[in-house]
Each structure stands twice: as structure tokens, then as C-alpha cells.
Design a binder for this molecule. Sequence first.
Ligand SMILES: [Fe+2]
Ligand SMILES: [Fe+2]
Length: 242
Amino acid sequence: MNSFETKTVRDLAVEIPGATRVFEKAGIDYCCGGQRSLADACASAGVTVAEMMNSLEFAKSSPAPAEEPNFLCATLAEIIDHIVTTHHVFTKTELQRLRALIEKVHGVHGDNHPELAQLRSLFQSLSSELEPHMLKEEMVLFPYIVRLETATQHQQSVSAPPFVTVANPVRMMMLEHEAAGYLLEKMRKLTNDYNAPADACFSFKTLYEALPALEKDLHQHIHLENNILFPRAVEMEGELVV
Ligand SMILES: [Fe+2]
Ligand SMILES: [Fe+2]
């Protein structure tokens, strides 16, 4: 058995930067559901393990694109900076833009496409989940992780945070990621994988292109937090000088 097959999806996503693109294309959850073995994940996604292993071997030997830096060697401060300036900025901008677009499309096509009312409601829930979530990360969790790393680099201690241990907000953020992932899944099912209907106007089509792009970015964003940043922060706190 190839060593890939028994590894978890999370481990492969962390070890092979190009693997996240391969998983995204195959519809394999590598952010919140990354603890499954590759064999299990392939069975659920209806992909053969052999095909997936070929794609992963190819990703492993191909250079990562410029927009996918290798975060295994990055400091936690660098990872946080990337998350905030790339993923948080994109998510905030898109949530705002798509909120107006979804209203417009629902207003024009809502009578003929009742699924748009449900899509609007799911999108509102997603926004209400993500906006305060990113704020909590930027205002509370990320500054603490940066302090933690600075203290570690200087072999100093760090004052106890109000949340006692970093594991507490991390657990909360991961639960919120799961909630966002659930909403994204429902949106994808509701829209038949974002297949725009035959009578869709330009705005409708634009919406059905933008939503999967937002979903893809969120998968990468959550993967960076759940699988790289958070485990390293928890480990770092455990090794800190008291
Ligand atoms: Fe985030
Ligand atoms: Fe997050």
C-alpha cells in the first residue's frame, strides 16, 4: 500500500502544497473534514484511490504556484499576515459585494427560481457567521499568537490571556469553521453545484461564478488555520517558558 493511502487528508494537504488544489477539484474536504484517511475520503467523493494518488504524485513533483507559499517554513506571524491580508480582505470584500448582488438577482428572478430565497437566507447566515469570526481572530486570537511567538523567540514568558489557554479560542474558531462549511455545502447542493439555469441573466451567472470562488478561498483559508496555524500555536504555548 502506498504511504499516501493511509495518511490523513489533512497531513497530505499540509505536506504537499499542491494537494489542496487536487482535493478542491475532486470535492474532497481538506479543511474541516481533513482527519479522514485518503482512502475514506476518495470513497465518499467517488474517486478511485489510484487516480487520486496519481494526481497527488503529479502535484508533489510540480512547483507550487506563486500564490501558494510554502507555509511549513513560515513563522506564525507570517502566516497570520498572509491570512489577514489575503483571505480576510477577500472574504470581507466579497461578502459585501455578493450581498448586494444576491438581493438584485433574487429581486429579478425570485418568482421563477424559489431556490434564490433560500440561497439568500443561507448567504445571510454565512455572513453573520464569518464577519464576527474574522474580527475575533484579528482582535483577540491572532495578536495573542504573535505575542506567544515573540515570547518564544526571546525565551520569555507571556502574560496569561483572559481565555486561559490558546486551545479555548482555537476550539471555538474550529467550531465556527464547521458551521461555515456546513452552510457552504448547503448552498452548493441547493444550486446544483452552481449550475446557472438557462434563463439566467448576466448578474445571475456572475453570482454563480463568484460563490464557488468564495467557497474555494474559504477552504484554503480554513485549511491554513485549522491544519497549520492553530496546531502550531497550541504546540508553541505548551513549550513556552513559564
Ligand atoms: Fe480567518
Ligand atoms: Fe477562521
